[in-house]
Design a binder for this molecule. Structure first.
Ligand code: HEM
Ligand code: HEM
Length: 255
């Protein structure tokens, strides 16, 4: 049981970090990372659902049953919405792709890109609520990992975790400064501008010209992108977690 929970938590944390890195397509200097990681997260979500297969089957069978709790019903609806909006991101992503599927649609499709953007923001919000509803489980798994049966801190696990975190931060910093994108991977428009002017056009400038109202990606340093979006999730998780906790207490009092 514990092993399965370890697999689950590692997958969940990796999905959360990868997802927020995808919220800025300029992370790691461009689209190759964005598109490949976007497709990989699609597969990861399928594995995530497979790991919860029993819940999915049991809840689907009982969905019209009166005995099903309001929370489970709400989770079910949320999970359906999550699946739809995540699929929406990936399908529109594939259609506007410039690296992995460059020949699907020729030229820029602003409407599809806008839909891709709206689906991403909606999914970010839904995942925040989804994490909040599992906050107790997440804390429980971490508690079991970091504490011994006698209730003391497990020093080995703490040292290993700090090392893994340091390695992660270091490699993000290294990748952010050292990954340079191949000219062939740059969006066509950017290449044209660079060729015409004979100079290198930084990605920000190119974006300003193409979408004057859309220079909103801010800093694309991966650590800042992670921090920014995790802060947004914290703002969602705290109220949802406490509202759910109050409702749980009320239910228990009634019973
Ligand atoms: C970054 C994205 C996501 C994160 C961090 C995340 C996190 C979690 C966590 C922590 C759990 C409880 C433990 C577990 O079983 O792993 C869970 C359960 C679940 N997740 Fe996700 N999830 C994500 C995306 C999705 C998506 C897109 C779906 C699509 C349907 C989904 C469907 C489910 C289902 C069906 C369950 C089990 C039932 C439940 O209790 O809600 N998750 N998720
Ligand atoms: C969970 C997965 C994904 C998320 C959260 C995500 C998120 C985003 C966001 C927020 C943008 C910026 C939109 C804008 O500026 O209007 C974007 C742009 C883009 N995305 Fe995704 N995306 C994902 C998956 C994919 C996939 C799978 C592909 C292709 C295979 C893709 C291809 C693109 C392209 C081509 C752009 C336009 C970038 C440019 O022209 O500079 N995305 N994505």
């Amino acid at each position: 049981m514990l092993k399965k929970n370890m697999v689950k938590i590692i997958l969940d944390v990796s999905m959360a970090v990868t997802f927020v890195l995808l919220m800025n397509p300029r992370v790691f200097n461009g689209l190759p990372f964005h598109e490949v990681a976007g497709l990989v997260i699609g597969v990861a979500v399928l594995v995530h659902i497979a790991l919860n297969y029993k819940w999915v089957v049991n809840t689907t069978k009982k969905i019209f049953d009166r005995s099903l709790s309001g929370k489970t019903r709400f989770s079910f609806l949320l999970n359906v919405l999550l699946l739809l909006s995540m699929s929406g991101i990936i399908v529109t992503g594939i259609l506007i792709s410039k690296v992995v599927f460059p020949h699907l649609l020729s030229g820029e499709n602003h409407a599809l890109r806008e839909i891709h953007d709206v689906f991403s923001k909606l999914t970010l919000l839904l995942v925040g609520v989804h994490i909040a509803l599992h906050w107790q489980w997440i804390m429980g798994v971490f508690r079991k990992m970091f504490k011994t049966k006698e209730g003391n801190w497990n020093k080995k696990v703490i040292v290993t975790s700090v090392l893994i975190l340091a390695l992660f931060v270091g490699s993000m910093q290294w990748l952010a400064t050292n990954v340079k994108v191949d000219e062939a991977f740059k969006p066509k428009f950017e290449q044209k501008v660079a060729q015409a002017s004979g100079t290198f056009t930084p990605p920000g400038k190119f974006r300003e010209r193409e979408f004057p109202h859309k220079e909103h990606h801010g800093n694309s340093h991966p650590l800042l992108v992670i921090l920014g979006h995790f802060t947004f999730w914290a703002v969602v998780i705290v109220p949802v977690y406490y509202i759910e906790k109050r409702m749980r207490h009320k239910r228990q009092v009634r019973v």
